[in-house]
Design a protein around this ligand. Structure first.
Ligand SMILES: NC(=O)c1ccc[n+]([C@@H]2O[C@H](COP(=O)([O-])OP(=O)(O)OC[C@H]3O[C@@H](n4cnc5c(N)ncnc54)[C@H](OP(=O)(O)O)[C@@H]3O)[C@@H](O)[C@H]2O)c1
Length: 283
């Protein structure tokens, strides 16, 4: 038998065994269906998405619910928007709860995961999405703007990933929102880009710490996406982006939700410890 034949046979054997490799370790989750190409990937599984009252988080919550996940929707201040996301999910036949929590507060994050576990029996996917964008040149950025962004984006991510590391069931997925801006950050984005670089590093390290449990840990790095995060900085923040983007438009929250859904699917199973850039070719 040639080396190529041997490799093919080995691959086929592994492929045939793949569903078992996706089975979860705990007694409760061992009975749930594995992520599969034909079945809905989320059936019997549950996801926590931080910052899912609007923007990328809301689109992700709806998409994962559509894929079969029971989801916990989290918000900071916009209860009405979060309630609407949950109502949309339920109207489409999905399962969802809503919980307020400031990700910068470790006790609040723990309570968020406790509420999720109580409602759905455990967590298989954590999307560490909540984030803010304060911009300004070094010479002008205030301590308050810098500290709040660090507290939300870096300490908040740490708080969420620590709970994720402790609670995510074997076979799960942990995904953090980085940004394409980390490749070539323009002036006035130094502090924000630093917080988004942290997502890449956190994911890379946590993936190694969770080795052996079939939990993939990745970051997704969107380019400019049409959400409040950008629009709060005025139309100027969006000017010229579609023209400079090879795919010819601004990103939509659903574009990024699709990438996250891919990582949560069977087809995304071999992607681990990576930062996936999703930006229409810009950056
Ligand atoms: N939009 C982009 O162009 C872009 C590009 C690259 C990366 N990203 C990243 O993608 C993520 C989502 O961005 P987005 O554009 O969807 O933002 P967005 O529309 O401004 O939504 C932010 C979400 O985070 C929540 N949030 C903010 N601070 C929080 C806190 N301390 N605790 C809990 N939740 C909090 C907000 O809740 P409330 O509604 O209650 O305030 C909201 O649900 C962020 O991490 C961002 O850095 C965005």
């Amino acid at each position: 038998m040639s080396d190529a034949d041997t490799s093919r046979r080995t691959f086929m054997t592994l492929a045939a065994a793949a569903p078992a490799a996706f089975a979860t370790g705990s007694a409760a989750s061992a009975q749930t269906a594995p992520f599969g190409p034909t079945a809905l990937p989320g059936v019997g599984r549950a996801a926590v998405i931080t910052g899912s009252s609007r923007g990328i988080g809301a689109a992700t919550a709806k998409r994962l619910a559509r894929d079969g996940f029971a989801v916990t929707v989290n918000y900071l201040t916009n209860r009405d928007l979060a309630d609407r996301v949950v109502a949309d999910i339920k109207a489409a036949g999905g399962r969802a709860i809503v919980r307020q929590a400031d990700v910068a507060d470790p006790a609040a994050v723990k309570a968020l995961f406790d509420a999720h576990d109580q409602a759905f029996g455990g967590v298989d996917v954590v999307v560490n999405n909540a984030g803010i964008m304060n911009v300004g040149p070094f010479a002008q950025m205030t301590d308050a703007a810098f500290d709040r962004m660090m507290a939300t984006n870096v300490k908040g991510s740490f708080n969420v990933l620590r709970e994720a590391a402790r609670r995510t069931r074997d076979g799960g997925r942990i995904i953090s929102l980085s940004s394409s801006i980390i490749k070539t950050p323009p002036p006035a984005t130094g502090a924000y880009a630093a917080t988004k670089s942290a997502q890449m590093l956190f994911s890379s390290v946590l993936a190694k710490e969770l080795a052996g449990r079939n939990i993939s840990v990745n970051a997704v790095a969107p380019g400019a996406v049409d959400t409040q995060l950008l629009r709060q900085h005025g139309e100027a923040a969006l000017r010229g982006i579609p023209e400079q983007t090879p795919l010819g438009r601004l990103g939509l929250p659903e574009d990024i939700a699709g990438v996250i859904a891919l990582l949560c699917s069977r087809d995304g199973a071999w992607i681990d410890a990576q930062t996936v850039f999703a930006n229409g070719g810009l950056g």
